[in-house]
Structure formats: structure tokens, C-alpha cells
Design a protein around this ligand. Sequence first.
Ligand code: NAD
Length: 431
Amino acid sequence: MKITITGTGYVGIVTGVCLAEIGHTVTCYDIDKTRIKKLQDRIMPIFEPGLEEMVINNSERLSFISDYKEAYRDSEVVFICVGTPEKKDGSANLKYVYDAVQQVVECVKSDCTIVIKSTVPVGTGDNLDRVINQKNDTKRFEIVNNPEFLSQGTAINDTMNASRIVLGVNSAKAERILRNVYDGFRQKYVVTDRRSAEMIKYASNDFLALKISYINEIANLCDFIGANVEDVALGMGYDPRIGNRFLKAGIGYGGSCFPKDTKALHWLANFNDCELKTIKAAIDVNENQKIKLIKKARKYYDSFRGLTVAILGLTFKPGTDDLREAPSLQNIPILLEDGARVKVFDPIGMDNFKKIYPSEIEYCNCIEETLEDADICFILTEWPEIVTMDVSKFPFYMRNPIVLDGRNCFSLEAVEGKNFIYESIGRRVVG
Ligand code: NAD
């Protein structure tokens, strides 16, 4: 089967390489020529553990091209993996999806199955089907919704061992084709209509966002009443009806999915005059949570003017170079505006951050250099380098050893009696 992947971002490149791994011949196309050139030279445009080795190992079956006519001409199945970013009003911007699908329809020689992997609002597949198949009587297009559930940082394992493959189809033929494509994975299928598949993606992501916001609110209350949110989460998580994942309190979720997918579903619900109040709450809680450390810092300093602030971690989570909606992007502008000197360290994310802040902040080579002379330290991402550091470095290097940990990286026992003030999320203050 001739498979083309459209878009070589986090979803496209991982989908492409995993399909090659199970034996398919895959062509990946991206509108961004620099990205394709890099991939042709085996330089990964994104950081994703294990990706480079897998691309190299599958070189024979995997090609990268920047000519869309060539990419689509003989395709039998095209996976659309382009971005669906948030518009100003919160709704999903479908421009990239429509543009890509239009090029497929124009260029492909004969019948083709177009698989929408991008997260798209309910009804998108039906609209595409109507518009495309009405206009074409020579070629027939099957439109499938096949949402993606991978997490950045564990994307390859998530794809090779997905918890389920959701197929939103409206013909037996489309289902058969997709089952053939995915045959090598041997995973559980959920086969449904396109609208339900589109809804499964939003409902899943928004549920996880809601779970995070819920535990964050519980953590905020724990701060006031003297309970420990980690023990609370442990006690809750043993209940199989609740489960222990996504119960880690912190300074909120970021990334390319949860923030935009909560807003997009909320927008769609309002558009249908059916507001989702729980999703609205998740969005609001998360906005406040992202600047929780700034609020905690105000206890120690009225203003940041003239202070040196050390920031450990910039990416929205460990294991990725992605900065989309990362709390660092909310916190650092506030600190700069207030006149702070900001020093940062992130093992992977600094190159991307430099594209946004080329000169306003100081980029450090290691944790120690970042902490030197700092008046306060914010921990924004739980990178292994940070979680495993020797905490006695805080009082050793900092001018005023006050550490605000937005990711609960250390146990309270580990920081007890170490001569610095340590505040985390939903746990008592130490020091
Ligand atoms: P991304 O921004 O990393 O990559 C999108 C790529 O598409 C870019 O390289 C861009 O140049 C390319 N592109 C745009 N228009 C194109 C066109 N007309 N033809 C060819 N290429 C084009 O996006 P992503 O993070 O991979 O996400 C893609 C979709 O998958 C989104 O809808 C997202 O919500 C969804 N999703 C993402 C994740 C994730 O963890 N990143 C997980 C599940 C689902």
C-alpha cells in the first residue's frame, strides 16, 4: 500500500516511522522545505527519544520529500497530520487541514483514502466528504477520522503499543483499508462513525485536562488546610475507579494539545448552545495555576526589580523540546516586566526559547551556573537532571535560597534541614 504522511511534526514523523517499522513504504511530505531537508540528512527537526535511531533503521522504507505533487500522485492512503492551532476565539483553525486535503484531491491519480489524524472539530470529516466527493466523479475519496493519542516524550512507545486505535469510518471499505494499514500493531480497535471518533479525541483530552485541574485545585486547598496533596493523590489513585495517573499536582498543563483542545471543545459547545461548565472550569483553573509560583514569590518580595531569578526548566514537560503553552512563557514575561534579571537552564528547550527571547534573559550551561547569586529559584519542569540534583546546591550557590518548586520534584524529607526555604504545590513549606 502506498502511504503518504502530510506534516512531519510530532504526530506526522512518529506515525510515519512507526508505519515503516511494521513494514509499510512511507513517504513523508511537509510544506516546510527546511524541515524536509533536515530529515533527508537524518537530522531530527524535533526532540523525541528514540526517533532518530528508528528513522535511520527504517531508511529503506521511509522517504522525505518537499514536492507535494510527487508525494501524492500514487498515494492510496494519506494521513493528514498538520497542526490545528487555536484561533483568537478559541475555535480550531482548520486552514492547514483544508489546504493539505485540497492538494491531495488535486494531485492523486486515482481513488484514495484520506485519514485525518489532526485533532479536528466534530463534523469536519463529514464536511470534507461532502465537499470533495460532490466535486469529483472520476476519483472516489474515503474520509476517515483516526485521532492520535500519543504523548510527546513517549510518542514512539505510545504509537507502537497504543491503548486503542479509533477508526471513524462511514464505509466497510474504509474500515478494511485502515485495518490493513494497522495490522502490524495488533491493538484494540474502536470502530465508529466519524463524528463519534472526532468527539472521542476531544472528550479524552479534555477529561485528562480536567483531572489535572481537579488535583491542582485540591492541592491549592491543601496549601491552606495543611494537608499533603501527594498523600491525598496516592490515597485516591489506588481506587481503580479513579486511577493514579494525571493526579500529580503542579503549575498546570501546557503543550500543543490540552490548552487548545479544551478551548476548542468549549467553543464548539457554546456554538451549539450547550456550554460545558466542567471544561470551562478546567481552563480557568489552569490559567491561574500557571502563575501560582509568582503569587507564592510575592510573599517574599513585593517586587522583582533588581532581583536575580533562577528558572529551572522551560519546556511544558520533560522529554520534549516543545514550548507551546509552557508555564515558562507566562512566568518569564512577568518577571522581566517587573525588572528581574532572569537566568534560565533547560537541558533541551533553550534553543527554541532563544527564538522567542534572543537576548533578554541569560542562558546558562548548567544548574549550578543558573543558581549562582539568585534571590529566588522557580522550578517549572521536572527534568530528570533537576529531580536528581543534590539539593544542597540551592543554599550553596544562591544569594537568598528560596526555592519555589512548581513540579514537586523533591520529597519533603529530602529538603528538610538543608538551610533553604522550599515551597511546592499542595505541601507544607519547609525551612
Ligand atoms: P506540528 O505543529 O508539530 O506539525 C505540523 C506540521 O505540519 C508542520 O511541520 C507543518 O510545517 C506541517 N504542515 C502544515 N501545513 C501543511 C501542508 N499543507 N502540507 C504539508 N505539511 C503541512 O503539529 P503536531 O504537534 O504534530 O500536531 C498535529 C496534529 O495532531 C494537531 O491537530 C494536534 O492537535 C494533533 N495531536 C498532537 C499531539 C502531540 O502530542 N503533539 C498528540 C495528539 C494529537
